[in-house]
Design a protein around this ligand. Sequence first.
Ligand code: THU
Length: 132
Amino acid sequence: MSKNDELMKAAMAALDHAYAPYSKFHVGAAIRDENGVIHTGVNVENAAYPQGSCAEAGAIAAMVMAGGRRITAIAVAGQGDLLCTPCGGCRQRIREFAESSTPILICGDDVIKAEFTLAELLPESFGPDHLG
Ligand code: THU
């Protein structure tokens, strides 16, 4: 299996663990870090709606907790026919730990449906370099 397919499968497997009783829209995310380790996350909703969190945020938190500091690739898996691209806030969250060329794999139905670079999804972005 290719490394991208392995990441896609990890994001698809995470999808089943999403806690999304309100939107009923399950999202899974899988990150490969600079050590080759895969970290996963799901969306976790809350009865106080704004307190819900995205799958990408969960995967980033898992990576940081495990000692990873760089995203070398990230897969996001969602339901339905439309591409489950990361929300604006999550594009910025990914930006903190990734390069402009870092691949973002958009997955669903057990396949990689599209692939973008971070720069394609978040052009001319603000990041740690701006703070010196
Ligand atoms: N969601 C994510 O987990 N990641 C995204 O990038 C897009 C949206 C979740 C948040 C919420 O639980 C559900 O999808 C519907 O918006």
